[in-house]
Design a protein. Structure first.
Length: 340
């Protein structure tokens, strides 16, 4: 029987996984304390979102939809897993402690866990913890869609050039001519008018994606204009590679560094934009666990005695944005070959 022999690795060659961890970019990223601080805060927000049902235990209709009879049952594996990965929509509605409009500090709230107090009768702590899920979900969905659209449209524009490039760039100029927030509000108002009272998640994602892809397309187009002139692209074309294969296999992967860094930085801005829409009355319904809702509630209570109503939501929003900005800046420095 023939024996199977393995080809020995070349002397000095490191395994693929090890070479990734010891790459110059990752070594530089590990030596950046601000980037690591941002990554640590991002991980904390991720853990808070994952374990939100255990940190801010379900109540009311959320308790009913999970099939639970008491809050303590959330620590049982079957209920905990369902709440963490398949939480019903009712769980995203803030716990309502009372119907009093005036904020109440934590010391006056009885029979419920509300360490940050209440506003409009809603538990601020519950809204912030479950609002972390909303912030991460909206950030990654919107940035993911806009990034994919920007890469696709920018790649087509830069690769083909000519009238195709000119048409796409003029359309991008039209989008740039309008302030992003004004355009988003206009699109969202039209969409909400056609379906008043409906779930605003889809319209918000659609409106923000329409206004957000152009920046990525600009960047990827500029990189592809340089990349398509390189020898390996000509070699692939000479070997009969189709345009789509060259774009997806050879051109785009070598032009992603800058746009990927921009996407990480953009993750910090999405909660700010969503909060602005909620502040303008175009966001989620009243009582939904979203940080902008709590900022909107605080607008009527800007007094020193009610400092906690604005302070805690503002801290969450600032920390979330700061974390992605610190990590994004560190990632940009690490991936830029000019700084190595």
């Amino acid at each position: 029987m023939a024996s199977v022999t393995s080809t020995p690795a070349a002397p000095g060659a490191a395994p693929r996984g090890r070479s990734f961890w010891t790459s110059p970019a990752l070594r530089k990223l590990r030596r950046n304390p601000l980037a690591l601080t941002g990554l640590f805060i991002i991980l904390l927000f991720g853990l808070m979102a994952l374990f939100a049902p255990l940190i801010a235990r379900p109540t009311g209709n959320c308790l009913r939809d999970l099939g639970m009879e008491s809050q303590n049952q959330i620590f049982q594996p079957q209920f905990a897993l369902r709440a963490m990965f398949m939480a019903p929509d009712e769980c995203y509605k803030m716990e309502r402690v009372s119907f009093a409009q005036e904020p109440a500090p934590a010391s006056t709230v009885k029979d419920t866990f509300a360490p940050f107090g209440t506003v409009n009768g809603y538990n601020i702590f519950y809204g912030l913890v479950w609002g972390t899920r909303t912030a991460l979900k909206m950030s990654f969905i919107i940035v993911g869609i806009t990034l994919a659209l920007g890469i696709l449209i920018g790649a087509i524009s830069g690769f083909y050039g000519g009238w195709v490039d000119n048409l796409i760039q003029r359309f991008i100029d039209v989008i740039y001519a309008l302030p992003p927030l004004v355009l988003t509000v206009t699109i969202l108002t039209i969409l909400r008018a056609k379906n008043p009272g409906g779930d605003p998640t889809g319209p918000i994602i659609f409106a923000m994606c329409i206004t957000g892809w152009a920046g990525y397309a600009k960047v990827i187009r500029g990189d592809i204009l340089k990349t398509r002139q390189l020898e390996y692209v000509d070699a692939a074309r000479a070997l009969g590679a189709r345009d789509l294969r060259m774009i997806l296999r050879h051109v785009v992967p070598n032009s992603l560094t800058t746009v990927f860094t921009l996407a990480v930085l953009a993750l910090a801005t999405v909660p700010l934009s969503v909060a602005a829409l909620s502040f303008l009355g175009l966001g989620f319904e009243s009582g939904y666990s979203e940080w902008g809702q709590l900022i909107d509630f605080a607008r009527a209570w800007l007094k020193p005695d009610y400092w906690y109503v604005l302070a805690f939501p503002a801290i969450f929003i600032v920390l979330f944005s700061l974390a992605f900005n610190l990590f994004g800046d560190g990632l940009r420095d690490a991936l830029d070959p000019k700084t190595r």
